[in-house]
Design a protein around this ligand. Structure first.
Ligand code: SAM
Length: 398
Protein backbone atom coordinates (compact mmCIF):
# COMPACT_ATOMS: atom_id res chain seq x y z
CA UNK A 1 0.00 0.00 0.00
CA UNK A 2 1.40 3.42 -0.85
CA UNK A 3 2.03 5.74 2.11
CA UNK A 4 -0.45 8.37 0.93
CA UNK A 5 -3.30 5.83 1.03
CA UNK A 6 -2.57 4.86 4.64
CA UNK A 7 -4.63 7.53 6.45
CA UNK A 8 -7.75 6.77 4.37
CA UNK A 9 -7.36 3.01 4.74
CA UNK A 10 -6.87 3.41 8.50
CA UNK A 11 -9.88 5.68 8.80
CA UNK A 12 -12.14 3.17 6.98
CA UNK A 13 -10.76 0.18 8.92
CA UNK A 14 -11.29 1.95 12.24
CA UNK A 15 -14.86 2.81 11.28
CA UNK A 16 -15.47 -0.83 10.31
CA UNK A 17 -14.27 -1.87 13.78
CA UNK A 18 -16.17 0.84 15.69
CA UNK A 19 -19.48 -0.22 14.14
CA UNK A 20 -18.49 -3.85 13.62
CA UNK A 21 -21.07 -5.59 15.81
CA UNK A 22 -23.92 -3.59 14.30
CA UNK A 23 -22.67 -4.26 10.77
CA UNK A 24 -22.48 -7.96 11.60
CA UNK A 25 -26.15 -7.92 12.60
CA UNK A 26 -27.10 -6.03 9.41
CA UNK A 27 -25.27 -8.64 7.34
CA UNK A 28 -26.95 -11.46 9.27
CA UNK A 29 -30.32 -10.04 8.29
CA UNK A 30 -29.61 -8.82 4.76
CA UNK A 31 -27.35 -11.52 3.33
CA UNK A 32 -28.58 -15.09 3.30
CA UNK A 33 -25.20 -16.80 3.36
CA UNK A 34 -21.98 -15.22 4.66
CA UNK A 35 -19.97 -14.36 1.52
CA UNK A 36 -16.28 -15.34 1.36
CA UNK A 37 -13.28 -13.18 2.38
CA UNK A 38 -12.92 -10.05 0.33
CA UNK A 39 -16.63 -9.78 -0.53
CA UNK A 40 -17.53 -9.84 3.15
CA UNK A 41 -14.89 -7.23 4.00
CA UNK A 42 -15.98 -4.91 1.21
CA UNK A 43 -19.62 -5.11 2.29
CA UNK A 44 -18.58 -4.68 5.90
CA UNK A 45 -16.52 -1.56 5.18
CA UNK A 46 -19.21 0.01 2.99
CA UNK A 47 -22.03 -0.58 5.53
CA UNK A 48 -19.91 0.78 8.36
CA UNK A 49 -19.64 4.04 6.39
CA UNK A 50 -23.43 4.38 6.12
CA UNK A 51 -24.88 7.63 7.51
CA UNK A 52 -25.44 7.33 11.26
CA UNK A 53 -28.81 7.79 12.96
CA UNK A 54 -28.52 11.56 12.70
CA UNK A 55 -27.84 11.24 8.98
CA UNK A 56 -24.18 12.21 9.35
CA UNK A 57 -21.67 10.40 7.19
CA UNK A 58 -18.34 10.72 5.47
CA UNK A 59 -19.82 9.72 2.10
CA UNK A 60 -23.20 10.05 0.40
CA UNK A 61 -25.00 6.68 0.05
CA UNK A 62 -24.86 6.68 -3.78
CA UNK A 63 -21.07 7.33 -3.62
CA UNK A 64 -20.68 4.40 -1.25
CA UNK A 65 -22.57 2.07 -3.57
CA UNK A 66 -20.66 3.26 -6.66
CA UNK A 67 -17.25 3.03 -5.01
CA UNK A 68 -17.93 -0.43 -3.55
CA UNK A 69 -19.12 -1.67 -6.95
CA UNK A 70 -16.05 -0.10 -8.63
CA UNK A 71 -13.84 -1.83 -6.09
CA UNK A 72 -15.10 -5.24 -7.29
CA UNK A 73 -13.35 -4.53 -10.61
CA UNK A 74 -9.97 -4.29 -8.90
CA UNK A 75 -9.66 -7.93 -7.87
CA UNK A 76 -10.64 -11.03 -9.83
CA UNK A 77 -11.87 -12.70 -6.62
CA UNK A 78 -14.41 -9.93 -6.28
CA UNK A 79 -15.72 -9.49 -9.79
CA UNK A 80 -18.32 -12.27 -9.36
CA UNK A 81 -19.75 -10.37 -6.36
CA UNK A 82 -20.59 -7.12 -8.20
CA UNK A 83 -24.32 -7.89 -8.32
CA UNK A 84 -24.52 -9.02 -4.71
CA UNK A 85 -22.67 -5.98 -3.40
CA UNK A 86 -24.79 -3.61 -5.47
CA UNK A 87 -28.04 -5.24 -4.31
CA UNK A 88 -27.20 -5.51 -0.59
CA UNK A 89 -25.84 -1.99 -0.32
CA UNK A 90 -28.82 -0.48 -2.11
CA UNK A 91 -31.25 -2.30 0.19
CA UNK A 92 -29.39 -1.28 3.35
CA UNK A 93 -28.52 2.29 2.42
CA UNK A 94 -31.93 3.13 1.00
CA UNK A 95 -33.76 1.81 4.03
CA UNK A 96 -34.85 4.82 6.12
CA UNK A 97 -35.90 2.50 8.91
CA UNK A 98 -32.62 0.58 9.23
CA UNK A 99 -31.95 1.94 12.73
CA UNK A 100 -35.48 1.09 13.86
CA UNK A 101 -35.04 -2.43 12.51
CA UNK A 102 -31.54 -2.93 13.89
CA UNK A 103 -30.71 -0.56 16.70
CA UNK A 104 -27.09 0.48 16.93
CA UNK A 105 -27.39 0.96 20.71
CA UNK A 106 -28.29 -2.72 21.04
CA UNK A 107 -25.15 -3.77 19.16
CA UNK A 108 -22.16 -1.87 20.55
CA UNK A 109 -18.84 -3.33 19.39
CA UNK A 110 -17.93 -4.78 22.77
CA UNK A 111 -17.96 -8.30 24.16
CA UNK A 112 -20.69 -8.98 26.74
CA UNK A 113 -18.24 -9.35 29.64
CA UNK A 114 -16.91 -5.84 28.97
CA UNK A 115 -20.34 -4.21 29.00
CA UNK A 116 -21.29 -6.17 32.14
CA UNK A 117 -18.18 -4.94 33.94
CA UNK A 118 -18.82 -1.32 32.96
CA UNK A 119 -22.51 -1.52 33.87
CA UNK A 120 -21.69 -2.98 37.29
CA UNK A 121 -19.02 -0.35 38.02
CA UNK A 122 -20.82 2.69 36.58
CA UNK A 123 -24.58 2.10 36.33
CA UNK A 124 -25.13 5.79 35.48
CA UNK A 125 -22.17 6.36 33.18
CA UNK A 126 -21.54 3.16 31.28
CA UNK A 127 -23.65 4.16 28.27
CA UNK A 128 -21.71 7.42 27.87
CA UNK A 129 -18.43 5.50 28.12
CA UNK A 130 -19.55 3.13 25.37
CA UNK A 131 -20.83 6.02 23.21
CA UNK A 132 -17.51 7.87 23.55
CA UNK A 133 -15.72 5.04 21.78
CA UNK A 134 -17.86 5.40 18.65
CA UNK A 135 -16.60 8.81 17.65
CA UNK A 136 -13.29 9.81 16.18
CA UNK A 137 -10.86 10.86 18.93
CA UNK A 138 -9.92 14.51 19.41
CA UNK A 139 -6.50 15.76 18.31
CA UNK A 140 -4.90 17.70 21.15
CA UNK A 141 -1.54 19.45 21.15
CA UNK A 142 0.78 19.98 24.07
CA UNK A 143 2.63 23.24 23.55
CA UNK A 144 6.31 22.97 24.45
CA UNK A 145 6.87 25.59 27.14
CA UNK A 146 10.64 25.67 26.47
CA UNK A 147 10.15 26.36 22.75
CA UNK A 148 7.92 29.30 23.60
CA UNK A 149 10.31 30.79 26.12
CA UNK A 150 13.24 30.27 23.70
CA UNK A 151 12.22 30.38 20.04
CA UNK A 152 8.80 31.97 19.77
CA UNK A 153 5.94 33.62 21.59
CA UNK A 154 2.93 31.54 22.38
CA UNK A 155 0.51 34.25 21.23
CA UNK A 156 2.29 34.58 17.87
CA UNK A 157 2.11 30.82 17.41
CA UNK A 158 -1.61 30.77 18.17
CA UNK A 159 -2.11 33.63 15.70
CA UNK A 160 -0.24 31.57 13.13
CA UNK A 161 -2.64 28.66 13.69
CA UNK A 162 -5.54 31.07 13.15
CA UNK A 163 -4.04 32.48 9.98
CA UNK A 164 -3.62 28.94 8.61
CA UNK A 165 -7.28 28.27 9.33
CA UNK A 166 -6.45 25.74 12.08
CA UNK A 167 -9.26 26.24 14.60
CA UNK A 168 -8.55 25.33 18.21
CA UNK A 169 -9.74 25.85 21.77
CA UNK A 170 -7.86 25.74 25.08
CA UNK A 171 -8.45 22.88 27.48
CA UNK A 172 -7.90 24.53 30.85
CA UNK A 173 -8.85 21.79 33.30
CA UNK A 174 -10.06 18.24 33.71
CA UNK A 175 -11.94 17.31 36.89
CA UNK A 176 -10.72 20.48 38.69
CA UNK A 177 -7.08 19.82 37.82
CA UNK A 178 -5.78 22.71 35.74
CA UNK A 179 -3.84 22.24 32.51
CA UNK A 180 -1.44 24.80 31.05
CA UNK A 181 -0.41 23.49 27.64
CA UNK A 182 -3.35 21.69 26.05
CA UNK A 183 -5.06 22.97 22.93
CA UNK A 184 -7.75 21.00 21.17
CA UNK A 185 -7.84 21.21 17.37
CA UNK A 186 -11.32 21.37 15.87
CA UNK A 187 -10.31 19.05 13.04
CA UNK A 188 -7.55 16.46 13.07
CA UNK A 189 -4.67 17.25 10.69
CA UNK A 190 -1.42 15.42 9.88
CA UNK A 191 1.55 16.53 12.01
CA UNK A 192 3.28 17.70 8.83
CA UNK A 193 0.67 20.48 8.69
CA UNK A 194 1.21 21.63 12.28
CA UNK A 195 3.49 24.70 12.23
CA UNK A 196 7.01 24.15 13.65
CA UNK A 197 6.13 20.62 14.77
CA UNK A 198 9.48 19.24 13.61
CA UNK A 199 11.27 22.16 15.33
CA UNK A 200 9.77 21.06 18.64
CA UNK A 201 6.96 23.61 19.09
CA UNK A 202 4.49 20.99 20.26
CA UNK A 203 3.55 17.35 20.56
CA UNK A 204 0.36 15.44 19.96
CA UNK A 205 -0.85 14.31 23.39
CA UNK A 206 -4.33 13.78 24.76
CA UNK A 207 -5.37 16.28 27.44
CA UNK A 208 -5.96 13.45 29.92
CA UNK A 209 -2.33 12.38 29.55
CA UNK A 210 -1.18 15.96 30.16
CA UNK A 211 -2.43 15.75 33.74
CA UNK A 212 0.54 13.62 34.79
CA UNK A 213 3.13 16.42 34.83
CA UNK A 214 0.68 18.81 36.52
CA UNK A 215 -0.02 16.29 39.28
CA UNK A 216 3.54 15.19 39.96
CA UNK A 217 5.00 18.74 39.94
CA UNK A 218 8.59 17.87 40.89
CA UNK A 219 10.84 20.63 42.29
CA UNK A 220 13.90 21.93 40.45
CA UNK A 221 16.90 19.61 40.82
CA UNK A 222 14.85 16.58 41.80
CA UNK A 223 15.43 13.08 40.42
CA UNK A 224 12.42 11.63 38.65
CA UNK A 225 11.78 8.16 37.20
CA UNK A 226 9.25 7.47 34.46
CA UNK A 227 9.12 3.70 34.83
CA UNK A 228 7.11 2.76 31.72
CA UNK A 229 8.06 5.63 29.51
CA UNK A 230 7.71 5.04 25.75
CA UNK A 231 6.98 6.90 23.58
CA UNK A 232 7.93 9.51 26.16
CA UNK A 233 4.93 11.85 26.15
CA UNK A 234 4.64 12.28 29.91
CA UNK A 235 8.42 12.27 30.42
CA UNK A 236 8.87 14.99 27.79
CA UNK A 237 6.12 17.09 29.33
CA UNK A 238 7.92 16.92 32.69
CA UNK A 239 11.22 18.00 31.10
CA UNK A 240 9.48 20.84 29.25
CA UNK A 241 8.08 22.17 32.50
CA UNK A 242 10.62 21.41 35.23
CA UNK A 243 14.42 21.59 35.60
CA UNK A 244 14.84 18.02 36.75
CA UNK A 245 16.96 14.95 36.14
CA UNK A 246 14.73 12.32 34.61
CA UNK A 247 15.31 8.62 33.89
CA UNK A 248 12.91 7.30 31.27
CA UNK A 249 12.78 3.52 31.63
CA UNK A 250 11.31 1.31 28.91
CA UNK A 251 11.36 -2.45 28.49
CA UNK A 252 11.13 -2.46 24.68
CA UNK A 253 14.33 -1.43 22.89
CA UNK A 254 12.59 -0.09 19.79
CA UNK A 255 10.08 1.89 21.78
CA UNK A 256 12.92 3.28 23.93
CA UNK A 257 14.39 4.70 20.72
CA UNK A 258 11.18 6.69 20.19
CA UNK A 259 11.68 8.38 23.58
CA UNK A 260 15.14 9.51 22.46
CA UNK A 261 13.75 10.83 19.16
CA UNK A 262 11.05 12.77 20.99
CA UNK A 263 13.52 14.31 23.45
CA UNK A 264 15.71 15.31 20.50
CA UNK A 265 12.88 16.82 18.46
CA UNK A 266 11.74 18.82 21.48
CA UNK A 267 15.37 19.79 22.27
CA UNK A 268 15.07 18.71 25.89
CA UNK A 269 17.93 18.23 28.31
CA UNK A 270 18.02 16.41 31.63
CA UNK A 271 16.51 13.18 30.33
CA UNK A 272 18.29 9.80 30.16
CA UNK A 273 16.72 6.79 28.44
CA UNK A 274 17.21 3.39 30.14
CA UNK A 275 16.19 0.05 28.68
CA UNK A 276 15.05 -2.31 31.41
CA UNK A 277 12.21 -4.02 33.22
CA UNK A 278 10.42 -2.03 35.93
CA UNK A 279 9.80 -5.33 37.72
CA UNK A 280 13.53 -6.10 37.92
CA UNK A 281 15.21 -2.95 39.18
CA UNK A 282 18.42 -4.85 40.08
CA UNK A 283 19.27 -4.86 36.35
CA UNK A 284 19.23 -1.08 35.85
CA UNK A 285 18.85 0.86 39.15
CA UNK A 286 22.07 2.58 40.30
CA UNK A 287 21.08 2.77 43.96
CA UNK A 288 20.24 6.50 44.02
CA UNK A 289 16.60 6.81 45.10
CA UNK A 290 14.16 9.05 43.26
CA UNK A 291 12.15 12.04 44.55
CA UNK A 292 9.25 11.21 42.26
CA UNK A 293 8.15 8.26 40.13
CA UNK A 294 5.53 7.86 37.41
CA UNK A 295 4.21 4.32 37.01
CA UNK A 296 2.22 4.54 33.76
CA UNK A 297 1.72 0.81 33.83
CA UNK A 298 0.69 -1.54 31.00
CA UNK A 299 -3.12 -1.83 31.08
CA UNK A 300 -6.21 -2.91 29.12
CA UNK A 301 -6.33 0.48 27.31
CA UNK A 302 -10.10 0.39 27.88
CA UNK A 303 -10.10 4.21 28.20
CA UNK A 304 -8.78 4.73 24.67
CA UNK A 305 -10.94 2.33 22.65
CA UNK A 306 -11.76 5.03 20.09
CA UNK A 307 -8.04 5.34 19.27
CA UNK A 308 -7.57 1.55 19.10
CA UNK A 309 -10.95 0.11 18.14
CA UNK A 310 -9.46 -3.37 17.71
CA UNK A 311 -8.97 -3.62 21.49
CA UNK A 312 -12.54 -4.70 22.16
CA UNK A 313 -12.10 -7.53 19.64
CA UNK A 314 -8.75 -8.72 20.97
CA UNK A 315 -9.01 -8.39 24.74
CA UNK A 316 -10.10 -11.40 26.79
CA UNK A 317 -11.73 -11.10 30.20
CA UNK A 318 -8.84 -13.01 31.80
CA UNK A 319 -6.43 -10.31 30.58
CA UNK A 320 -7.77 -7.88 33.19
CA UNK A 321 -6.78 -10.12 36.10
CA UNK A 322 -3.35 -10.78 34.54
CA UNK A 323 -2.79 -7.06 34.00
CA UNK A 324 -3.80 -6.37 37.59
CA UNK A 325 -1.13 -8.80 38.79
CA UNK A 326 1.53 -7.21 36.56
CA UNK A 327 0.58 -3.71 37.74
CA UNK A 328 0.92 -4.78 41.38
CA UNK A 329 4.32 -6.35 40.71
CA UNK A 330 5.53 -3.13 39.07
CA UNK A 331 4.30 -0.98 41.97
CA UNK A 332 5.87 -3.31 44.52
CA UNK A 333 9.17 -3.26 42.69
CA UNK A 334 9.25 0.55 42.29
CA UNK A 335 8.29 1.55 45.85
CA UNK A 336 11.73 0.87 47.42
CA UNK A 337 13.30 3.14 44.76
CA UNK A 338 11.37 6.13 46.10
CA UNK A 339 12.87 8.39 48.78
CA UNK A 340 10.90 8.81 52.01
CA UNK A 341 8.76 11.91 51.44
CA UNK A 342 8.77 11.20 47.68
CA UNK A 343 5.69 10.87 45.45
CA UNK A 344 4.58 8.09 43.13
CA UNK A 345 1.94 8.73 40.48
CA UNK A 346 0.07 5.61 39.36
CA UNK A 347 -1.51 5.97 35.92
CA UNK A 348 -3.52 3.79 33.57
CA UNK A 349 -5.57 4.53 30.47
CA UNK A 350 -8.22 2.11 31.68
CA UNK A 351 -11.79 2.53 32.89
CA UNK A 352 -11.94 -0.79 34.76
CA UNK A 353 -11.83 -0.37 38.56
CA UNK A 354 -9.64 -3.51 38.77
CA UNK A 355 -6.85 -1.46 37.19
CA UNK A 356 -7.75 1.81 38.92
CA UNK A 357 -9.58 2.47 42.15
CA UNK A 358 -9.27 -1.10 43.42
CA UNK A 359 -5.51 -1.01 42.80
CA UNK A 360 -5.16 2.28 44.69
CA UNK A 361 -7.15 0.93 47.65
CA UNK A 362 -5.11 -2.28 47.65
CA UNK A 363 -1.87 -0.29 47.60
CA UNK A 364 -2.60 1.88 50.67
CA UNK A 365 -3.76 -1.27 52.47
CA UNK A 366 -0.67 -3.24 51.51
CA UNK A 367 1.95 -0.54 52.15
CA UNK A 368 2.01 0.89 55.67
CA UNK A 369 4.27 3.76 54.53
CA UNK A 370 2.00 4.81 51.59
CA UNK A 371 -0.48 7.65 52.02
CA UNK A 372 -2.87 8.68 49.27
CA UNK A 373 -2.83 12.32 48.13
CA UNK A 374 -5.44 14.23 46.15
CA UNK A 375 -5.62 13.20 42.45
CA UNK A 376 -8.48 12.93 39.94
CA UNK A 377 -8.99 9.15 40.27
CA UNK A 378 -11.15 7.81 37.43
CA UNK A 379 -11.58 10.04 34.39
CA UNK A 380 -14.06 8.90 31.75
CA UNK A 381 -13.46 9.39 28.02
CA UNK A 382 -15.22 12.52 26.79
CA UNK A 383 -15.21 14.94 23.86
CA UNK A 384 -12.07 16.61 25.21
CA UNK A 385 -10.08 13.74 26.73
CA UNK A 386 -9.46 10.02 26.79
CA UNK A 387 -10.21 7.81 29.79
CA UNK A 388 -7.50 7.65 32.47
CA UNK A 389 -7.00 6.72 36.09
CA UNK A 390 -4.67 8.73 38.35
CA UNK A 391 -3.72 7.98 41.96
CA UNK A 392 -0.94 9.85 43.78
CA UNK A 393 0.89 8.35 46.76
CA UNK A 394 3.41 9.81 49.17
CA UNK A 395 5.99 7.69 50.96
CA UNK A 396 5.61 8.54 54.61
CA UNK A 397 8.85 9.44 56.40
CA UNK A 398 9.36 7.08 59.32
C1 SAM B 1 1.08 3.17 28.72
S1 SAM B 1 2.57 3.03 27.88
C2 SAM B 1 3.44 4.41 28.52
C3 SAM B 1 3.13 5.73 27.87
C4 SAM B 1 4.13 6.80 28.26
N1 SAM B 1 4.22 6.97 29.68
C5 SAM B 1 3.79 8.14 27.63
O1 SAM B 1 3.18 8.99 28.26
O2 SAM B 1 4.16 8.34 26.45
C6 SAM B 1 3.33 1.74 28.75
C7 SAM B 1 4.77 1.46 28.31
O3 SAM B 1 5.35 0.61 29.31
C8 SAM B 1 6.20 -0.30 28.67
N2 SAM B 1 6.34 -1.42 29.63
C9 SAM B 1 5.52 -2.49 29.80
N3 SAM B 1 5.98 -3.27 30.79
C10 SAM B 1 7.10 -2.69 31.25
C11 SAM B 1 8.04 -3.04 32.26
N4 SAM B 1 7.88 -4.15 32.99
N5 SAM B 1 9.10 -2.23 32.47
C12 SAM B 1 9.27 -1.11 31.72
N6 SAM B 1 8.42 -0.72 30.74
C13 SAM B 1 7.35 -1.52 30.51
C14 SAM B 1 5.48 -0.64 27.38
O4 SAM B 1 6.38 -1.17 26.41
C15 SAM B 1 4.90 0.72 27.00
O5 SAM B 1 5.81 1.42 26.17
Amino acid sequence: MSADLRPAVQSISFQALRRGFWVQEVLNQYVQKTPPGLTLYLLWAAISLAPDQRGESMYAPHTLVNEAVNATLLDKNLSYAKGLINAVLRRVLRNDKIYQEISEEDHPSYPDWWIKKLKYAYPNDYIAIVQASKVKPPLTLRLNQRFFSRDAHRQDYLKQLNSLGIEYSDILAIKDQSLSHAILLKDAIPVSQIPSFYDGACSVQDAGAQLAAELLKPRAGQRVLDACAAPGGKAAHLLEQFDIELDALEIDVERAQRIKENFERLRLSGGAVLVGDAQRSETWFNGQQYDAIIADVPCSASGIVRRHPDITYLRQEADIKNLQVTQRKILTSLWPLLKPGGKLLYVTCSVFPEEGELQAKWWVGAMPDASRLKAPGQIFPSKQNDGFFYALFEKIKT
